[in-house]
Structures are given as structure tokens and as C-alpha cells.
Design a protein around this ligand. Structure first.
Ligand SMILES: C[S@@+](CC[C@H](N)C(=O)[O-])C[C@H]1O[C@@H](n2cnc3c(N)ncnc32)[C@H](O)[C@@H]1O
Length: 270
């Protein structure tokens, strides 16, 4: 694969891979974040610790919480997803504060979450020191499972903000991103489509950080748009998946993100 691995007991990571414009760490984010250089955006889909109100609900296998029974053993379970609500809020504030310490002034911050954890995510973005600026929607469409007498859970959310003031420049990104899940391409049970992260990365700066990269989707999109990428993942299996996807992404031609977005002019409200 042409990867260069660094191994040492004195560093806060188990592996570090440099693949073109990407640097990937097999590590606990909390340990490695303070050692990283400045980043221009934090874009991440962290563990949600969702699946119910109580610790008992949350400590089930991630496959039981997030997969239908027919797909339960299709993906490997992932780690870090079983905190109770107080622990989740505290831990999320901690890692996000560490992200803010290395974020450039005005850096974009985008945090994925589901309907249950939306309120705590709007709390921890602020507790972590970012200016909370809004909520966006990822609309998965009608392919999600219908439930009789209930509303379909067809959306996930991204809470976004910035590290202090953010200038009104650059392209304008949509607040609702419509993209179906493409099951046959998925390698991680909570993997989002690359197109969702292309839209989000289109207003990111030069260097994008994902402290919970999973199979590396944020990085694939960032590299396709000509950004640099720094990714962290704790699970060796998903780290290897991310390395492979990121190497493949660099071999493909870049996308012009600005051209892909609808032309918009900053205007006063009617
Ligand atoms: C929701 S998934 C991200 C999925 C990703 N968006 C994708 O497209 O594949 C969150 C990831 O965070 C990883 N994780 C959990 N705790 C971690 C930690 N302390 N440091 C780094 N990664 C961690 C999990 O192993 C999991 O792969």
C-alpha cells in the first residue's frame, strides 16, 4: 500500500500513517488531540451513546442498537458508545475542548447526532467552547423502515458552529442534505454517504480533522475536494478500512466543491 508506519511506546498512538495529504492515527482521540497541529475544521460523526435513556439500553451491542435484525452481524461492533448521559456529556465536552484548542480562529465545527442525542449535542458544542450556529439535517429518504402509527426516523442531524467569529465569505452550503444510504458500499455500520460529507467539507478550510473517523468517510470527501485530512480511530479494524479508502480516494480526480453547490448571494431577509 505504500504506507509508512511509526510505532513507539513514547507517543500517544499505536500507529500513524501518512497517505498523501492525509495523516491517520490509530489512537484514543483524547490522548492524541493535544499533540496535533492547527486545523481549520472539525467535522465528525462521534459515538452517539444513543439507543435509550438508561445505561442498560446503551450498553447493548452497537449492532443491536443501530441495525435491523436482518443486518445484525454484517458489520463489526464499534467502541465508545455506551456512556450514560452524564458521562457522555462530560466526555464529549472534554474531547471537543481539545479540538477547540487546536482549531484556527473561525474554524467550522460539525457534529453528527440522532434525534435522541440532539439536545445534549447542542449543549456540548457550547460547553466545548464553540459558538453554536445551527442544526442541519441529513435526510435519508423513504428507504428507511416505516413504523405503523409513527413517523419514520428518516433523518439524522448535524449541529454546527465555529471557533469564535466566522466571516461571511465562501460558498453557501444547504442546511438539508438529501442522500440515501447506499448499503452495498458501506463498510461501517454507521457510515454516511460520501456525498453528505462532500457538501459539509465544501465550506471547510484547508485542513479537516475527524477525531472519530471510523471507515474514513470525512477524509475521503475532504481529499476529493483538495483538503488536507487528519483522522483518528481507536479500532484497528476500522483504522485499516480507513487507510484503504483514503488511499483509494487520493488516486481519483478531485471534485470542484464550489461548482457543485448552487450559486447563492448573501441577501437581506424579505
Ligand atoms: C459513529 S462511528 C464513525 C463512522 C464514520 N462516520 C464512517 O463513515 O465510517 C464512530 C467511531 O469512533 C470510534 N471511537 C470510539 N471511541 C473513540 C476514541 N476514544 N478515540 C478514537 N476513536 C473512537 C469508533 O470505533 C467508531 O468507529
Amino acid at each position: 500500500m505504500g504506507l509508512s508506519a511509526v510505532k513507539s511506546d513514547s507517543v500517544p498512538y499505536k500507529r500513524k500513517e501518512r497517505i498523501g495529504e492525509a495523516t491517520l492515527y490509530l489512537a484514543d482521540s483524547l490522548a492524541v488531540l493535544p499533540t496535533l497541529g492547527e486545523v481549520d475544521a472539525v467535522i465528525t460523526d462521534p459515538p452517539y451513546s444513543s439507543g435509550g435513556q438508561f445505561r442498560g439500553d446503551r450498553s447493548q451491542r452497537t449492532a443491536s442498537k443501530y441495525q435491523g435484525t436482518e443486518y445484525r452481524d454484517r458489520y463489526r461492533d464499534f467502541t465508545g458508545d455506551n456512556r450514560d448521559q452524564r458521562g457522555f456529556h462530560f466526555w464529549s465536552t472534554l474531547w471537543l475542548s481539545r479540538c477547540r484548542e487546536i482549531a484556527a480562529e473561525g474554524a467550522l465545527c460539525v457534529l453528527f447526532t440522532d434525534w435522541r442525542q440532539l439536545p445534549v449535542t447542542t449543549d456540548y458544542i457550547q460547553a466545548g467552547g464553540f459558538v453554536w450556529r445551527g442544526i442541519g439535517v441529513w435526510d435519508k429518504g423513504e428507504a428507511t423502515r416505516p413504523q405503523l402509527g409513527r413517523f419514520r426516523h428518516q433523518a439524522e442531524f448535524f449541529v454546527w458552529g465555529s471557533n469564535g467569529p466566522r466571516p461571511l465569505v465562501g460558498p453557501a452550503a444547504p442546511g438539508v442534505i438529501r442522500a440515501p444510504v447506499i448499503g452495498r458500499e458501506k463498510q461501517h455500520m454507521t457510515e454516511k454517504p460520501v456525498s453528505v460529507f462532500q457538501v459539509i467539507n465544501s465550506i471547510a478550510g484547508r485542513t479537516v480533522l475527524d477525531p472519530f473517523m471510523g471507515s474514513g468517510t470525512t477524509g475521503v470527501a475532504a481529499l476529493q475536494l483538495g483538503r488536507r485530512f487528519v483522522g483518528v480511530e481507536l479500532d484497528p479494524h476500522y483504522f485499516d478500512v480507513a487507510c484503504r479508502r483514503i488511499e483509494a480516494a487520493q488516486a481519483r480526480p478531485m471534485i470542484n466543491a464550489v461548482a457543485a453547490l448552487p450559486e447563492t448571494k448573501q441577501d437581506s431577509l424579505l
